[in-house]
Write a protein that binds this ligand. Structure first.
Ligand SMILES: [Zn+2]
Length: 662
């Protein structure tokens, strides 16, 4: 008999809101009670506090999940109200001086290692949320946070507005080279807006498609210039917002005694210091520079000699690079996406994924069609552990729908703590639907998305930690992408693909030649791609360190020019639409490096699977024990070293990208 699943069939926005209100009332009463106990101990204060907060967070997560996945006005309205109440409750906890005093009185020496870790992490969270600041500083912190949130939201809305504002009218023949469906979109957009011809927009998909496929150089240039001046016009001006956001973050760091926000944010990361990140990025930059230059030279020579366009080759501009790279990619790799489709039907990919989870991690997924769900698209699986122990529920909602948020993500819905509900998580995506009721067939990129989110899901579901704040994916921010990104490697490995990709009709494995071409395509212009990410990561750190009277735009342009192998015009302004850094109060600020850091971790960790076999159950079990099961019970570096046997090095990443001998 399994514990009760989440009652998605009966949960309405009204019921949710009522229950949330009731839970917050009770939680406030409970917090009040535990902060005033006469003898504060682990079991009288900290343990109940974790249960109170985890219950609120988990229930709130269910509402947030329904809000983004259904996108209905009812859920949006209820969640707007619930959000402000929950945020108020959660941010109020570390500022509760009575509670903080009670926590400080807990005798750490009397605790076991796990409880000590819990206490130490909780005290750190309290400190970094302002528990030790005096009243004046606490109230200044609150105003800063409020202003940061408001100005970041304005920044984000400006980016949306500026993107919507781009309407580039073109002639039909000027779109030659573009995929048919994108041409159709441009024609439809033109008609919809009352123009005579097709219209190109500033959304990222349209922009990238034009840069890669549109043969008309003049059109590419025009759209490129518009795209990289978003947030730089009088209507949608993000320039003053950047100045203010940087200043507010600096001031916030100052309240805690730090020079800048990087130092503050790195307190809870896997990396030990800002200088460790500097060295890491410098290393990547140095080691990929000459390979990126060689890739560029190869492209220029290709344009000059093989395409016989010497005038373009001599005068290559930023709006040319993706276009010609795409032509060269086709010639160099010759990988044909459609040849893969007979092997990538969604049901067979899911079967492959589940068999991988079973072989590596000893966990089984079985369909449970009768469990309540929020939409008929949703697939529900029961998750059984070794020895047939029931663990919980996995929900998958994988296709686009009206109102559903774009992108792909995993939400932990219920943590495995002291509650009655079994651990539950959802992975959501917007993968292609099959046309006319046929089975969906995924592109390779979508297959990687599926594996990525499944990695997050396993990290949540296979957690063995009963302390909610330290369980599952509640790990250091520059560590959380390790379980997800490492799983993508099974989509790029010869050994894995020859087992995982089988023909949907005859069940035969995909041909070696097809797999080989696919795997080879991973290293195409790899150094250029890496260097681009390094340039964003170093820009992030630079902007958060420059003197406040310096112009961040000028700084960013100079920085970009230092990394670019083609000339960048004076008007180029990427940072005024750089949402990662400025679209939320925190976001990826002082954190962009984490993308690259996680790549280093997973490349290095995956080499152990390559050495011992990509289906090695022993290696899989060890990964489960050291990484997936442990949450934040140990420092991230300790978990990594327990699995890998040594600290991570960039070498594996360079080997994988074909930039270093194996
Ligand atoms: Zn991820």
């Amino acid at each position: 008999m399994q514990a009760q699943p989440i009652p998605f069939d009966t949960l309405t926005p009204e019921r949710f809101e009522d229950q949330m209100d009731c839970m917050i009332r009770n939680a406030n009463r409970d917090v009040d009670h535990i902060s005033k106990v006469l003898t504060p101990t682990y079991s009288t204060v900290l343990q109940p506090l974790d249960v109170i907060v985890t219950n609120i967070n988990d229930f709130y997560a269910i509402g947030s999940h329904l809000e983004v996945i259904l996108g209905s006005p009812g859920w949006r309205e209820s969640m707007t109200r619930a959000r402000s109440k929950v945020t108020g409750f959660i941010t109020g906890i570390p500022l509760n001086r009575t509670l903080y005093r009670a926590l400080l009185q807990i005798d750490a020496d009397a605790l076991g290692a796990a409880q000590q870790r819990h206490l130490q992490q909780t005290l750190q969270t309290f400190r970094l949320s302002g528990a030790e600041l005096d009243d004046t500083k606490q109230s200044r912190l609150a105003s800063i946070e409020q202003r940061l949130n408001a100005q970041a939201a304005t920044f984000a809305s400006h980016v949306v507005g500026a993107s919507d504002d781009i309407k580039l009218e073109v002639k039909r023949h000027e779109l030659d080279g573009m995929p048919t469906h994108e041409i159709k979109n441009a024609i439809k957009r033109g008609q919809h807006l009352g123009y005579d011809g097709p219209v190109l927009s500033g959304d990222a998909v349209c922009f990238r498609t034009v840069m890669r496929f549109c043969r008309n150089r003049r059109v590419r240039e025009a759209l490129w210039r518009l795209y990289y001046s978003r947030g730089c016009t009088d209507t949608f001006d993000n320039r003053p917002l950047i100045q203010e956001l940087l200043a507010l973050r600096r001031e916030k760091a100052g309240l805690f005694g730090y020079d800048n926000i990087i130092q503050l944010r790195l307190q809870t990361r896997m990396v030990a210091s800002a200088s460790q990140v500097d060295t890491f990025l410098e290393n990547l930059s140095e080691r990929s520079q000459s390979a990126a230059e060689a890739e560029h030279l190869r492209l220029v020579e290709f344009i000059e000699h093989e395409l016989e366009q010497p005038e373009v080759a001599r005068d290559l501009m930023p709006w040319d690079v993706d276009f010609y790279s795409e032509i060269l990619r086709e010639r160099a790799c010759g990988f044909d996406e459609s040849a893969l489709h007979p092997y990538t039907s969604l049901p067979s990919l899911l079967e492959g994924l589940f068999s991988l989870a079973y072989r590596l991690f000893d966990v089984r997924f079985k369909p449970m069609p009768d469990i309540p769900k929020w939409h008929e698209d949703v697939l529900v699986y029961g998750v059984w552990d070794r020895g047939d122990a029931f663990r919980g529920y996995a929900y998958m909602d994988l296709h686009p729908r009206q109102g559903k948020r774009p992108g792909a993500w995993m939400y932990p819905l219920v943590h495995s703590t002291q509650t009655d509900m079994p651990i539950s998580g959802v992975m959501a995506a917007n993968l292609s639907r099959g046309t006319d009721g046929n089975t969906p067939r995924l592109d390779h990129r979508e297959m990687c998305t599926l594996y990525h989110e499944f990695g997050h899901l396993l990290h949540h579901l296979l957690s063995d930690i009963k302390i909610g704040s330290l369980a599952g994916t509640n790990v250091a921010w520059d560590f959380v992408e390790l379980p997800s990104q490492i799983l993508e490697n099974w989509c790029w490995s010869n050994d894995a693909l020859s087992t995982l990709l089988v023909h949907e009709e005859d069940g035969l494995p995909a041909p070696d030649a097809l797999i080989r071409k696919l795997v080879q395509s991973r290293t195409y212009r790899a150094a250029s791609g890496l260097l681009r990410q390094v340039s964003f990561a170093t820009l992030d750190f630079k902007l958060h360190r420059i003197p406040l009277d310096e112009d961040p735009l000028a700084e960013a342009l100079e920085h970009a020019r230092g990394y670019s192998l083609v000339p960048l015009p004076e008007t180029y302004s990427m940072i005024t639409s750089f949402g990662h850094l400025f679209s939320s109060a925190v976001g990826y600020s002082a954190g962009y490096y984490a993308y690259l850091w996680a790549q280093m971790l997973e490349a290095d960790a995956f080499e152990r699977f390559e050495e011992e076999g990509v289906f090695s159950s022993e290696t899989g079990r060890h990964f489960r024990e050291t990484i997936l099961a442990t949450g934040n019970m140990a420092p991230a570096m300790t978990s990594f070293v327990s699995f890998r046997g040594n600290e991570p090095s960039e070498d594996a990443l360079f080997r994988r990208l074909g930039l270093m001998e194996r």
